[in-house]
Ligand binder design. Structure first.
Ligand code: FRU
Length: 501
């Protein structure tokens, strides 16, 4: 049997064997993309093609470790109903023996084409990296290009940590950004160009550690993405090895963006400071695409490399994607909003208006739950702290606290009492204004908080008891007014299992 078919069949067998265990897990999310079994990491090949969104992902189907990577595949028209399609890429060739690593997708004159990194490691741990193409006629079955790889290893001056091509077309030329490190172990993003996706020419360095203001900014940069927004160029990248500074860079690896103007002749991006895309815990390797409505949509991996304390591991799966966010640029700052289509999941609307809290904590009838969206507008008065507790248990042992601390002007996301799994606190400066708006998406084991219409986002996985459904509103050291509370139950994704097609 051909190697590709053999590898895919082996994976499908593992998926079918473990599905029941996976599906029995309360922590399976209701409106996030997850692996059917095993491990999911980076979003890959995110594209709108012939009116449908394709979302591929780094997939280790056999267990929850970062083993041999395949590309899993989902497809949707509306971000609510999804087809879970057969595995798109399996590591079957000599140029990808240690995994089909991350990459992107383009529409090449009507052909959906994937560009990804073939990862090879020998017994001594020496690495080779190859950039590869795969195409499809039916949007489901992919053929690797006969002349793969189209790029062998790295240009001079860089190491073989050279991966994650993101490709786009401008006029009649293809451009690629790729993540790498210099021989001095400084993270870099490089720009290449091509006329045919096969022959690539290095243009130059886009940016990286110790360039512009980015002093000692990581030994490796992964998963770059570069796109135009409001006549500016935005580079998203994931530096590894940035030291934490107060509230900043507190996760093991970072993902954020710089804004500037790309010089397509030299490859150089003159830009301002690096800003983290997410202020919470599990968020990494985001990828964007542009759709027919000219929306720049981002999906991130709601995970990070650690795994020991993820309670889903015992049920044979780990990690998920974030909900899709639409990006807008305002004064060189990215605003991130939950994609509109998710409103189609809303049901059982409950609404309250004009509530005053004076140094107290309250619960409201019909405001509770584990698969819900909440929208709250606070008007601070003289309270020192105010906020919301979600996923509260009746005995007060469990709660996930989201609050604003007026003395430090920080929004705080505290999951130290959230239940099983990792704890921790994340904070981000938010200016003390006339009001504070929180739009919170709660799923069975995740929280995503959009602050002031997308000024900041906090993402985190939490693992409370399934009966911890309470929601409380509180003010400390004075009063606040809550202008409006809206709560909806969310019906969840509809997923059609076509993995065995
Ligand atoms: C980021 C990353 C990528 C790589 C992939 C492998 O999470 O390390 O750089 O292509 O994961 O799964």
């Amino acid at each position: 049997m051909d190697k590709n078919k053999e590898l895919i069949e082996k994976a499908v067998k593992a998926i079918n064997e473990n599905r029941e265990t996976v599906e029995s897990d309360y922590y399976r999310l209701k409106y996030h993309i997850m692996p059917p079994t095993g491990l999911l990491n980076d979003p890959n090949g995110f594209i709108q093609f012939n009116g449908e969104y394709h979302l591929f992902y780094q997939f280790h189907p056999f267990d929850t470790s970062h083993g041999l990577k395949y590309w899993g595949h989902f497809r949707s028209r509306d971000f609510v109903e999804w087809d879970e399609l057969p595995i798109a890429l399996a590591p079957s060739n000599w140029y990808e023996t240690h995994g089909c690593y991350s990459g992107s997708a383009v529409d090449n004159d009507g052909t959906l084409t994937l560009i990804y990194t073939g990862n090879v490691k020998d017994e001594e741990g020496n690495r080779e990296t190859y950039q590869c193409l795969a195409t499809t006629e039916d949007g489901i079955n992919f053929d690797k290009h006969d002349d793969n790889p189209v790029m062998y290893n790295q240009p001079e001056g860089y190491t073989r940590h050279f991966r994650d091509p993101k490709v786009w077309k401008k006029e009649d030329t293809w451009y690629m950004v790729i993540g790498t490190q210099t021989v001095k172990e400084e993270g870099r993003v490089l720009l290449f160009k091509s006329k045919d996706l096969k022959e690539w020419e290095l243009i130059g360095e886009v940016t990286g550690s110790n360039i512009n203001e980015l002093k000692d900014f990581g030994y490796m940069w992964e998963c770059p993405d570069l796109f135009e927004l409001n006549c500016k160029d935005v580079l998203i990248a994931c530096p590894q090895g940035v030291e934490s500074q107060g509230d900043l860079y507190n996760n093991i690896y970072q993902s954020g963006y710089v804004v500037g103007k790309l010089d397509y002749e030299t490859g150089k991006l003159e830009h301002g400071e690096f800003t983290e895309l997410d202020r919470g815990f599990e968020f990494y390797a985001p990828q964007t695409t542009l759709d027919e409505k000219s929306r720049r949509i981002l999906i991130g991996w709601m995970g990070l490399p650690e795994r020991e304390e993820h309670p889903t591991v015992e049920n044979k799966w780990i990690h998920a994607m974030t909900i899709p966010r639409v990006l807008e640029l305002r004064n060189d700052k990215l605003m991130q909003k939950p994609i509109e289509e998710l409103k189609n999941m809303r049901e059982n609307h409950v609404s309250y208006k004009d509530i005053v809290l004076n140094n107290e904590e309250i619960q409201l009838d019909n405001i509770s739950g584990d698969v819900i969206e909440l929208s709250v507008e606070f008007v601070p008065q003289d309270a020192q702290e105010f906020g919301i507790k979600v996923r509260c248990s009746e005995d007060n042992e469990e709660e996930t606290v989201i609050y604003y601390d007026r003395s430090s002007q920080k929004l705080v996301f505290d999951r130290n009492k959230s239940g099983k799994g990792y704890g921790g606190i994340r904070r981000c400066h938010i200016k003390d204004k006339k009001n504070l708006k929180l739009n919170i998406f709660i799923d069975t084991s995740s929280v995503e908080i959009f602050v002031n219409d997308g000024e900041e986002v906090f993402t985190g996985r939490i693992y409370p008891n399934k009966d911890s459904l309470g929601i409380k509103f509180f003010a400390k050291g004075g009063a606040i007014k809550i202008n409006k509370i809206d709560k909806w139950d969310l019906s969840g994704f509809k997923i059609n299992n076509l993995i065995n097609l």
